[in-house]
Design a protein around this ligand. Structure first.
Ligand SMILES: C[S@@+](CC[C@H](N)C(=O)[O-])C[C@H]1O[C@@H](n2cnc3c(N)ncnc32)[C@H](O)[C@@H]1O
Length: 218
């Protein structure tokens, strides 16, 4: 899988395998359980999304959890090990997830609309390149049904002094300036995110829809 690193003062995505990364040889974000912010958002919805697209699915915990809730889930990642792990987890959990290998920057996006597009830590992978973030949001927009929702869990750069060490996270300004021209922001709040160490990460929970939706979703 890919993880952000600073090399020679530059933010780059580094291809890593499970024996070779961040905290005790594990990817720091790969917590092995579905994200609790996703669960609590999902449980508060009065209408359950039928179709879900997860972008940057990693090991597949969220995709599989959503599928267990009865959603038809498509999960995308560009890394072989993410694809393999998600397929294995779905298989092991006896649920169906449509797992697709695709590069969200270089490849054409899936030509389908969904009730919910979810990502945890995928949008912020493109923090180094504003054009890539804009590309991500404008393609994502085409994947939303008329009442579709984008729920994103994003690293929050704002509490860290000068953003040191979390260069791939995003500030409130970064997010609003890129998302708001394209989508209506329904909810944007600071959250605590889990990672594999005992430290919690500062995050954002962002909920968006297409513009001019009358239904207020949160
Ligand atoms: C921080 S990880 C989060 C993984 C998973 N969502 C989770 O919460 O555990 C970001 C994921 O996005 C994927 N990713 C990064 N850039 C991508 C791209 N251009 N196209 C598709 N997937 C990408 C990575 O391979 C990785 O699995």
């Amino acid at each position: 899988m890919y993880t952000p690193r600073i090399i020679n003062g530059k933010l780059v995505l580094v291809d890593v395998d499970d024996s070779n990364d961040c905290i005790n040889n594990k990817l720091y974000w790969d917590i092995g359980t579905p994200d609790r912010n996703l669960i609590s958002w999902f449980m508060r919805q009065t209408t359950t999304p039928t179709t879900v697209l997860e972008l940057g699915c990693g090991s597949g915990d969220n995709a599989v959890w959503l599928s267990k809730q009865g959603c038809h889930v498509t999960a995308i990642d560009f890394h072989d090990s993410a694809i393999e792990k998600t397929k294995q987890l779905a298989n092991h959990s006896s649920v169906n997830v449509n797992v697709i290998k695709q590069d969200l920057i270089k490849d054409a996006w899936i030509n389908q609309k969904f009730d919910l597009v979810f990502d945890r830590g995928c949008f912020h992978m493109f923090a180094a390149e504003k054009n890539n973030m804009t590309h991500f949001v404008s393609n994502l927009k085409n994947c939303l049904n008329a009442n579709g929702i984008w729920l994103s869990i994003i690293g929050n750069k704002d509490p860290y002094k000068n953003g040191m060490g979390v260069e791939w996270f995003l500030s409130a300004n970064d997010i609003v300036s890129i998302v708001e021209p394209e989508l209506q922001i329904l909810k944007f709040k600071a959250i605590t995110g889990d990672c594999i160490s005992e430290f919690k990460m500062s995050g954002w929970l962002l909920v968006c829809c297409l513009r001019n939706q009358e239904t207020l979703k949160n």
